[in-house]
Write a protein that binds this ligand. Structure first.
Ligand SMILES: Cc1ncc(COP(=O)(O)O)c(C=O)c1O
Length: 462
């Protein structure tokens, strides 16, 4: 292993990084990204990479967009900070909330701004608890999420998240957070069960969980349209229709976590439109500003807003808010991003690129290492397995997907490895057909190198 550069050494000695093995990281050090343009990022040695993950599922308009830069700079000159506490307000937040209401897939009454997806989902839970207190049903407080869900890392959002690393030794999930089954047909369907039958069973399992807990104790169900960090899991056909029916029957509030799928990722403004369900509330973040600045939002329906009014009258104040919620510079950038999405028909562009992207992904699925290539719209995942026929996974200790990520980086493409040896893809929506082809060519070369390594090390053997 080559010695770390000066900058890498300074990093290792000063930063705690999310989502690495901190002990191993001391030897490998970071990949330091210095600049970026379009869909390409450049490291500190000047090497270029296709950013096939849009950063963290977020830079939909790519890098170096001068209109977004200018929106930030001019807002910063005009009003660099203002808050929304204690009755203060500002233009960018008002206009952004109006735009989000216009764009919403279901009737939305108000928008509450915050700084991250985790804060948005934490807020969702607090609002649902408030709602049920306002409605005089203080026992209706449990929240149902799903195994392999990702909803963030603050204490309540991490409790929603259904991934072991986010719970273990953090003493999570909190009591009252339940996880129903993961809607992944490839891994969890029973022998001979088709997608519709699997969806029916999952809805029955959700129903049984709610009945066991007592419907008068279950407040809400939260779901990503397509699970992202859990491994790009596209639900089976008819899934959301069936689980929505269960939620409606038990008067369970449904929250769509649109933090990844919102703003065109699936070829529609919101993921729930593509997957055919109508949530009560939505969480948005990431592509809301194309990640040029942090901003997130909770989209609140009228009946929930009425409950906030009731509680405010009773308590005297709505005791929730973040210093940077609706930050004017972030809001101005988000407004510009929404304007560009509309003007340049970015959601339509995603829809029209999707068939090509998905065909290339399906072709990747032919690779001997890929057990399942899955996706929808402009998001995809490739699950690496030791045996395609039996779907046998590699022993996690070999770190096959992390190794594939290293080979991909050597080939000049950035992808992510998530639990279960899944490589995830979520390129900026401004990517061209030629760049998609280039991305997949590099990825196939990376998988070939991974396979050579697996063969050399004799890792696929039982
Ligand atoms: C679906 C989903 N919800 C919530 C979050 C949390 O967002 P943040 O990291 O901004 O807190 C993420 C982050 O990846 C996400 O993918």
């Amino acid at each position: 292993m080559s010695p770390l550069s000066n900058l890498a050494t300074r990093d290792v000695e000063t930063l705690v990084h999310p989502y690495v093995n901190l002990a191993k990281f001391r030897e490998t050090g970071p990949l330091i990204i210095e600049r970026a343009k379009g869909v390409h990022v450049y490291d500190s040695d000047g090497k270029s990479y296709i950013e096939a993950m849009a950063g963290l599922w977020c830079t939909s308009l790519g890098y170096g967009n001068e209109e977004l830069v200018e929106a930030a700079a001019s807002q910063m000159r005009k009003l660099s900070f203002a808050h929304l506490f204690t009755g203060k307000s500002h233009d960018p937040a008002i206009e952004l909330a109006e735009k989000l209401k216009e764009l919403a897939p279901v009737p939305i009454s108000k928008v509450f701004f915050c700084g991250s997806g985790s804060e948005a989902n934490d807020t969702q839970i607090k609002l649902v608890w408030y709602l049920n207190n306002a409605l005089g049903r203080p026992q209706k407080k449990k929240i149902v999420s799903r195994v392999k869900a990702y909803h963030g890392v603050t204490i309540a959002a991490a409790s929603l998240t259904g991934l072991p690393a986010n719970h273990r030794d953090f003493d999570l999930p909190l009591p009252g957070f339940l996880h129903t089954a993961c809607p992944h047909h490839y891994r969890f369907a029973e022998a001979g069960e088709n997608e519709e039958q699997f969806a029916t069973r999952l809805a029955e399992e959700l129903d049984a969980l709610i009945v066991k807990e007592g419907p008068d104790t279950v407040a809400a169900f939260i779901a990503e349209p397509v699970m992202g960090a859990g491994g790009v899991i596209v639900p089976p056909r008819t899934y959301f229709e069936k689980v929505m029916e269960v939620c409606t029957r038990h008067n369970v509030f449904m929250i769509s976590d649109e933090v990844i799928c919102g703003f065109g990722r699936l070829g529609t403004a919101f993921g729930c439109e593509k997957l055919n369900y109508r949530p009560h509330a939505l969480s948005v973040a990431k592509a809301l500003s194309s990640a040029y600045l942090p901003i997130a939002g909770v989209m609140i329906p009228e009946d929930e807003y009425q409950a906030l009014l009731l509680e405010s009258r009773k308590i005297g104040v709505f005791g929730h808010g973040f210093t940077y919620g609706g930050h004017p510079v972030s809001a101005a950038v988000a407004l510009k991003a929404l304007e560009i999405y509309q003007r340049d028909k970015i959601f339509e562009r995603a829809a029209s690129l999707a068939p090509h992207f998905q065909n290339m992904l399906a072709a990747l699925g032919e690779h001997p290492l890929v057990g399942e290539a899955r996706g929808i719209g402009m998001i995809g995942g490739a699950e690496l397995v030791a045996d395609k026929r039996t779907k046998r996974s590699f022993d996690p200790q070999h770190g096959i997907a992390p190794r594939a990520v290293q080979f991909a980086e050597a080939e000049g493409v950035i992808v992510r490895a998530v639990m279960g040896d899944v490589l995830t893809l979520c390129p900026p929506l401004i990517i061209t057909v030629a760049e998609i082809d280039d991305l997949f060519a590099r990825l196939i070369r990376a998988l070939d190198r991974t396979l050579d390594w697996v063969t050399r090390e004799n890792i696929a053997q039982v």
